[in-house]
Design a protein around this ligand. Structure first.
Ligand code: ADP
Ligand code: MG
Length: 141
């Protein structure tokens, strides 16, 4: 079933010039970018996006990291897009991520881990709406 997921190429991966490699991985896996922008999040924007993690000890540090430079924010569309993207990403901690995953290739540690991906249909709906109005999502390809 075709679905959509929100992906972020985080500031660490943008700084490392890994945008091209990561976009290529999405496309080769059949995940089509249907919306995309380069955005330097203000810290309150990162706090709003990660509100679900507000109570976690790493929340402040995570939001500082996510507002430290520009990210690439994308909506990916394809069969099973949410799980497919999570599989491409690998485990949260790059040291535990399977070989061949994005985090194994580009992540530094459990915080600076190169990419984000929605983890469920509900999360995807919230996250896509957080960054993109419907008129900026290009369907029908
Ligand atoms: P995922 O991104 O794999 O879905 P989580 O939703 O659990 O992982 O966490 C959101 C983000 O918070 C992670 O991608 C990572 O950047 C950061 N993070 C998660 N756990 C930790 C931790 N123990 N210490 C520091 N940062 C963390
Ligand atoms: Mg998560």
């Amino acid at each position: 079933m075709s679905e959509r997921t929100l992906a972020i190429i985080k500031p660490d991966a943008v700084k490392k010039l890994a945008i091209g490699d990561i976009l290529g991985r999405y496309e080769k896996a059949g995940l089509k970018p249907v919306a995309m922008k380069l955005l330097h999040m203000a810290k309150p924007v990162a706090e709003g996006f990660y509100a679900v993690h507000k109570a976690r000890p790493f929340f402040d540090s995570l939001c500082t990291f996510m507002s430290s430079g520009p990210s690439v924010i994308l909506v990916l569309q394809g069969d099973n897009a949410i799980k497919k993207n999570r599989d491409l990403m690998g485990a949260t901690d790059p040291a535990k991520a399977d070989k061949g995953t994005i985090r194994a290739a580009h992540g530094t540690n459990i915080e600076f881990n190169a990419v984000h991906g929605s983890d469920s249909p509900d999360t995807a709906q919230f996250e896509i709406g957080f960054f993109f109005p419907g008129m900026e999502i290009y369907d029908g390809r």
